[in-house]
Design a protein around this ligand. Sequence first.
Ligand code: WTA
Length: 628
Amino acid sequence: MSEQKLYMPSQTFIENAEIKDYQSLYDYSIENREEFWNTEAQKLQWVTPYNAVFDYSEKPFFQWFKGGKTNIVLNAIDRHLHTSCLNKLAIIWEGEPGDVRTLSYHALNREVSKFANILKAMGVRKGDIVTIYMPQIPELPIAMLACAKIGAAHSVVYGGFSVEALAARIDDAKSRVLLTADGGWRRGKITDLKSIANEAMRRSPTIEVCITVKRTGHEVEMENDRDFWYHDLSALPIASAKCETEVMDSEDMLFILYTSGTTGKPKGLVHTHGGYSVYTSTTHRYIFDIKDQDRYWCAADPGWITGHSYLVYGPLINGTTIMMYEGAPNHPYPNRWWQMIEKYGVTILYTSPTAIRGLMRFGDNWVKRHDLSTLRLLGSVGEPINPEAWRWYHSIVGGGRCPIVDTWWQTETGGCMIAPLPTTPLKPGSASKPFFGNVVKVVDDGGNDVEANEEGKLVITHPSPGMARTILGDPERWAQTYWSEFAEKGYYSAGDSARIDEDGYIWIIGRLDDVIKVSGYRLGTAEVESALVSHSAVAEAAAIALPHELKGNAIHCFVLLKQGKTGSRELEDELKNHVAKEIGPIAKPDSIAFVDSLPKTRSGKIMRRVLKARAQGLDVGDISTLEE
Ligand code: WTA
């Protein structure tokens, strides 16, 4: 429910903010969309200027900064080498065991160049897709930047994913090269990434070369001719610290990032050099009110879109000092984050509601023991934030003085689409207003605007520069999934339900499709179901999301066993672990119920809606299409 109290930023904050008046710049950006984006794009370096800001003649395949030549690395690193930024810290990294690494922009350039030269020596060429499967170590952003520098696209697979998820993504991208690490540290234990990578490579034989960074030093299996240690390669003369940045077309592919949808097959969303550079840097600069002296910490893993846009690319383009941490927020104690904020003087923290709720659970004293007075701005992303968590974040973490930017966006949009500016009066739980250039509406099934406070479908009326351009290998699915529902109006369907209140504040309610947000991570019910049916005892399965106090949503499954198999506690545990092993621990179901039949439509589709209503003890609604 909307709450009445408005939270205002302090007068000094407003005085020091880059944008003081949201509304007038917003109005300008809508009436002069091209002009607005042209001004922002001009803040970046282009090798060749673009001849059109925007081309939307072949809907829904649009182009931004057409004809322009650049490379995201030119803006994220190269140009900083000619300014005082050269000596500035780009990355402050802390490992879970407490080891620390810092890299200036100068050092980052050397590391990226080395990695880039190694990739070249391994035969990686412009246009190839390199899969990266790493823990949160500096080599992860370094590898991403190295790919971009030589014009190869990266496909980062979250280090918490497991065998099947990794194999499916390698397969779809047809990657020839995999970059990984022996493991990482998480809650005092080693996550054995290399073993998972080895199993995934057995399932997806496209990988010819696998480069492994040594992080934990535990024994791992290396295969002759395929596997190389990164430190061995970087000691060779091929790994020079000088490397030319490849000149790319604005619309050339920068990366693909797989995300979950309605079917079991994850979609590889394609993002490009030009528009994505402009959008991530602009949103990052304005929404986080970035200053030269900031120490900015986006606590997301680079394996998700938040990490791509607001840990790596946006901040580096803006010459920001970023903080990165390898491990769990509560290891060894629940004050780990607060300790690091104090130690490094972090000024901005950007994280998920699940992380906030998780830390809130340990009580205020873990926070209050630390001097967090350097913090000046907080951010939230990935799922709706409940007002209780919002207020705790605001008063306990932020000491009541830090505005909270609750940012709504998606892997598909590349950057924040709805967010308050730091000077916007805030309503806890609302992502506030559209970012410059975006018109956001809530509509009914016919595409008509609904009344204030009425729930409907969230749409965006125009493509924005940071949006994905297509789905790798499946342009039809791109058009169908996002642009077909309101095709005459040209709206982008976000797949979320929302309402807009009488003050124009947008309140996100949740997903309308079979996507589940568990702890802010995006999964598809279909992926969980296909992992379940890959177990020898399972004939059919259905997965649903039910509200969960800490995780936002939890996964509950219904399983129909094969003839002759009987359900038991042991089998339930075995199936849960099977899902965790195939997809990753984040996908592990909270419960599994063994059933004799699943509610299906006459055309054979599982009616998850019915299962969900029944599990929550609610009315199952219209079941006239139910088969039996
Ligand atoms: C949800 C994450 C409420 C939403 C950046 C969206 C949010 C999906 C918010 C995309 C927010 C993201 N408030 N819900 N501030 N931010 N979501 O692709 O349902 O992992 O459609 O991108 O997360 O998830 P994705």
